[in-house]
Design a protein around this ligand. Structure first.
Ligand SMILES: C[S@@+](CC[C@H](N)C(=O)[O-])C[C@H]1O[C@@H](n2cnc3c(N)ncnc32)[C@H](O)[C@@H]1O
Length: 266
């Protein structure tokens, strides 16, 4: 997420966001920046992650403007109120993200706040394919068949055994890309379609670099025009998309070389 700091913080400024929730902290790279923003605006950062690093837990416990909730996001929502902005970078699958947005929206409506949410991984490979940090946390009816050894590559909707980007001990990929209720971008689009049917429209910017940033915001918010103007040049930007594809192909090629070297030395 830190790669998007030059977009995220100006948007937080325009929205005058003081109370921010970050879902998925890991080592806390983005958390420290968000905590500084909250400190300077007299606000508070709440981080939610069931498995951040021990160093992150220590850092959070020493910062008065940070509250860390050691739970998966969907168990943490009952503890959240009066949130100005959500930074969502936790478990990258349809079930989790759809329910995260739905809950964030419900809390914003209840508390009289406009919705402003940032999502990482709205582009390939998570846009249309679930990944699961903890498959057992996803109800069976929403969980796609998945694998920890299978890897994703561009131009292949399936998985390649022991090749490509793969999660190993850390996470699993859904066996297939595409189709219903699969992936982060699909979750956001489904949420927006549900809201549209209920007569509620949102702005959404999709910034196609570094795995993709999505920004979802309430069109009724007083700052929505300024945020739209700021993000418009990046939205589905063709040059960014080309540069990202090139980066991914190079990165996948490096994986191929490492896998080939490992196979030779085995
Ligand atoms: C990609 S990392 C986050 C990176 C971080 N946002 C950054 O910018 O450096 C994903 C994190 O999400 C956490 N996570 C996984 N499932 C989660 C869930 N259901 N709720 C909250 N966090 C979750 C993982 O423990 C991991 O630390």
């Amino acid at each position: 997420m830190t790669a998007f700091a030059d977009l995220i913080f100006p948007v937080l400024e325009l929205a005058q966001a003081r109370s921010v929730v970050e879902i998925g902290a890991d080592t806390g790279g983005m958390t420290t920046l968000l905590a500084n923003h909250c400190l300077h605006h007299g606000g508070r950062l709440t981080s939610v992650d069931p498995a951040p690093t021990p160093e992150f837990r220590m850092w959070a416990s020493l910062n008065a403007q940070v509250r860390h909730i050691d739970l998966p996001s969907l168990d943490a929502f009952p503890e959240l109120a009066d949130i100005d902005a959500w930074v969502i970078d936790g478990d990258h699958n349809w079930y989790t993200v759809y329910n995260e947005i739905t809950e964030a929206h419900r809390i914003c409506r209840r508390d009289g706040k406009p919705l402003l949410a940032f999502f990482h991984d709205v582009s390939w490979p998570c846009a249309r394919r679930d990944m699961y940090y903890a498959p057992e946390r996803i109800p069976a009816e929403f969980r796609h068949p998945h694998s920890r050894n299978g890897g994703v590559t561009l131009d292949n909707p399936g998985l390649l055994e022991n090749r490509g980007f793969r999660g190993g001990q850390n996470f699993a990929w859904a066996d297939h890309e595409g189709g219903e209720r699969n992936g982060v971008l699909t979750a956001i689009e489904d949420f927006m379609s549900d809201c549209q049917r209920a007569g509620r429209e949102f702005g959404f910017a999709e910034i196609p670099g570094i795995l993709g940033l999505g920004v979802l915001f309430d069109l009724d918010a007083p700052w929505s025009g300024a945020v739209a103007e700021l993000l418009l040049p990046y939205h589905q930007n063709k040059l960014l998309r080309l540069v990202e594809e090139d980066r991914l192909r190079n990165s996948l090629w490096a994986h191929e070389l490492r896998d080939a070297a490992a196979a030779r030395s085995a």
